[in-house]
Ligand binder design. Structure first.
Ligand code: FAD
Ligand code: DHB
Length: 385
């Protein structure tokens, strides 16, 4: 079997790349190890930069996003029992949109299949060969080979593609905490996201729709989910969001829960020969800055442009620049995500001096126009070059 671009992984990065290439007349095959329902149910990110919604809309994948996405103009930082609004749109001229990763994946998979795209589920890639463009995969109990001009490794952090880059250099940081994320059938208690710092730990109030809330709690990296009853989760959230001003958190039935470890990770370079890494296969950020999904979208947007130019004109200039172009954006997002994480979490290893510095930092960010503008610029996302 042959195609122009073999795409390993059918998460947001792989499906969007396949869709963008199709719009430019470039053929691809997507190989995804899980079944479709699993990929479409996996609860993950929810906050999209304007650059991400622009890419989806301009490529014809924004119809439901435009109907159901919730456009936001600010976020709240809450600490010491007080809220401080960061007016993102006033400071940057840009908006952010709440629209879940599950919905993006559903929209893209439906579009690919409607457009006659070749997306194979339960097709596990066993190995990729960057020098020949050959991908070996297992489907229906048998081994198969797909040969392509190029391979896109969109197979996430635990995939096989990154391991095929010889002399890959990795940079990593693990954090002494994790996030317990819950989805609840209850109207959000807030119109805008609340990022709360509390001495007991960080908490985030996000949302999915006018009737579904998404909330996160900082917990220990080895936290046992079984120790968290619904009542304990809501009690802890209420403490961390607590203010004396009468604001209340409304609890409701929890429909999904999971614990996500927090790490920073970058693999360099993001290309070897015919193989290009994109999204979580090349880099991970802690979720505090809401950057993981947005970076996956910018990587594949840059890769789709480079492949389109290659097939249109024969020029490999953009493909040759791919790794460096992505990595400069990746490292900016790595820094912002690290910065937001250390600003807002309670570090169990910190001492009293470090905690006072953290509080001074929070007060500076909430009280200084240039500091707020810097947070807003990074949160809304820097434009693609
Ligand atoms: P993935 O979404 O990981 O997709 C990779 C795909 O490749 C998967 O479908 C996988 O099944 C498939 N695959 C893997 N190996 C193979 C193989 N050998 N063969 C074939 N297919 C393979 N970001 C935020 O901004 N906010 C959040 O709240 C947030 N929460 C997260 C929670 C969790 C548990 C995780 C893991 C990530 C979270 N992220 C969050 C990050 C964000 O979801 C990711 O950055 C985003 O999913 C990256 O998309 P991707 O397509 O690169 O990778
Ligand atoms: C969501 C997740 C994040 O990590 C974040 O910073 C903002 C929103 C969410 O899932 O809605």
């Amino acid at each position: 079997m042959r195609t122009q671009v073999a795409i390993v992984g059918g998460g947001p990065a792989g499906l969007l790349l396949s869709h963008l290439l199709h719009r430019q007349g470039v053929a691809s095959v997507v190989l995804e190890s899980r079944d479709r329902a699993y990929v479409e149910r996996r609860q993950r990110a929810g906050m999209l930069e304007q650059g991400t919604t622009d890419v989806l809309r301009e490529s014809g994948a924004g119809e439901r996003l435009d109907r159901e996405g919730l456009v936001h103009h600010g976020i709240e930082l809450r600490f010491g029992g007080e809220g401080h609004r960061i007016p993102i749109t006033d400071l940057t001229g840009r908006t952010v949109t709440v629209y879940a990763q599950t919905e993006i994946v559903k929209d893209l998979a439906a579009l690919r299949l409607a457009d006659g795209g070749d997306v194979r589920y339960e097709a596990e890639v066993l190995a990729v060969d960057p020098s020949t463009g050959t991908v070996t995969f297992r489907q229906d109990g048998a081994a198969h080979e797909l040969t392509a001009d190029y391979i896109a490794g969109c197979d996430g952090f635990h995939g096989v593609s990154r391991r095929a880059v010889p002399d890959v250099r990795t940079f990593a940081r693990d954090y002494p905490f994790a996030w317990l994320g819950v989805l609840a059938d209850v109207a959000p208690s807030t119109d805008e996201l609340i990022y709360a710092h509390h001495e007991r730990g960080f908490a985030l109030h996000s949302l999915r729709s006018p009737s579904v809330s998404r909330l996160y709690l900082q917990v220990a990296p080895d936290e046992d989910l079984a120790a968290w009853s619904d009542a304990r989760i809501w009690d802890e959230l209420a403490v961390r969001f607590g203010t004396p001003d009468g604001w209340e958190l409304t609890p409701g039935p929890i429909t999904d829960r999971s614990v996500t470890p927090m790490r920073s990770f970058v693999a360099e370079p993001m290309r070897h020969d015919r193989l290009f890494l994109a999204g979580d296969s090349a880099h991970i950020v802690p979720p505090t800055g809401a950057k993981g999904l947005n970076l996956a979208v910018s990587d594949v947007t840059i890769l789709a442009r480079a492949l389109t130019e290659r097939y249109a004109s024969g020029s490999e200039a953009l493909l040759d620049a791919y790794s460096a172009t992505c990595l400069s954006r990746v490292w900016r997002a790595e820094h912002f995500s690290y910065w937001m994480t250390t600003l807002l979490h309670a570090d169990p290893e910190s001492d009293a001096f470090a905690r006072r510095l953290q509080r001074a930092h929070l007060e500076y960010v909430a009280g200084s126009a240039p500091a707020m503008a810097s947070l807003a610029e990074n949160y809304a996302g820097l434009p693609l070059k």
